[in-house]
Design a protein around this ligand. Structure first.
Ligand code: S5P
Length: 281
């Protein structure tokens, strides 16, 4: 039977990866499948958005390289908020180089991603060596990896046979470091097991989620939490501008942050209701 009918809690045991287990436990404990994508360029705004949405999310997603005044105090504060509000951190780094290079990009440089991000993601364009390179750094730290099997943007070149190869590569990763996908549907269940492969459960995290807009004029395409969670069987909704959009407009900042909090509550409710309907609880 499809994992879509199973509860998050009942799937914890089917994962070896500690980050995947913690995410499922967190979703169940907090009753939220919402990940907020905090794509703002100032440290203070980033932290304030995270403060505003912390109680409503299972995970916060960052693009740490867009922060203009980045310093390691930011990642320390993010980690403290993650403990305080009980959410995980996903650095959306989209690694896309050979194994040796991504090991360095993941562990080192200014951002030291592996030291604070529970989950990160990668394109499989370079081949499975990218998984080996990232696992070398992340596996000892209990981190997890998502492969971008499908994308939300118009005209993207992932999906199709490429997406299927991502599923095969994830199944063939015997370390368990690869624990899921960025995808638009339950892609793991659409790809037949190859001889010798065992069935494995994976997380599906899905961006391109909005309740008020269909697109952004730059290729992004939005679906509703109900379409993503109930109809497509995905596990986590990733929402960016639908939640922090008020911050992009001129006007009273404290009012904007109140709106951010309200939108987070709204998306959290929509995502969780879709999950309850899907699992018929
Ligand atoms: O296919 C994808 C994969 C990702 S990770 N489409 C996406 O939009 N994303 C990311 O999700 C993107 O980089 C951005 O951070 C977020 C969507 O933001 P929104 O403002 O459109 O909700």
């Amino acid at each position: 039977s499809s994992v879509a009918s199973k509860t998050y809690a009942s799937r914890v045991a089917s994962f070896a990866n500690p980050a995947a287990k913690l995410l499922l436990e967190t979703m169940e404990r907090k009753k939220t499948n919402l990940c907020v994508s905090v794509d703002v360029t100032k440290k203070a705004d980033l932290l304030q958005v995270v403060e505003s949405v912390g109680a409503d999310v299972c995970m916060v997603k960052t693009h740490i390289d867009i922060v203009e005044d980045f310093d390691l105090d930011l990642t320390e504060k993010l980690s403290a908020l993650s403990t305080q509000h009980d959410f995980m951190i996903f650095e959306d780094r989209k690694f896309a180089d050979i194994g040796n290079t991504v090991s360095l990009q993941y562990s080192s440089g200014v951002h030291k991603i592996a030291s604070w991000s529970h989950i990160t993601n990668a394109h499989l364009v370079p081949g499975p060596g990218i998984i080996t390179g990232l696992a070398e750094v992340g596996q000892p730290l209990g981190r997890g990896l998502l492969l971008l099997a499908e994308m939300s943007s118009k005209g993207n070149l992932a999906g199709g046979e490429y997406g299927q190869k991502c599923v095969q590569a994830a199944r063939n990763d015997t370390t368990g470091f690869t624990c899921g996908f960025i995808a638009m549907d339950r892609i793991d269940e659409k790809v037949a097991l190859q001889p010798g492969q065992e069935h494995k459960d994976f997380l599906v995290l899905t961006p391109g989620v909005g309740l008020d807009a269909k697109g952004d004029g730059k290729g992004q395409q939005y679906r509703t939490p109900d379409e993503v969670i109930r109809q497509s069987g995905c596990d986590v909704i990733i929402v960016g501008r639908g939640i922090y959009g008020a911050l992009l407009k001129d006007g009273d900042k404290s009012e904007a942050f109140r709106n951010v909090q309200e939108q987070a509550a709204r998306y959290r409710k929509a995502g969780w209701e879709a999950y309850l309907q899907r699992t018929q609880q």
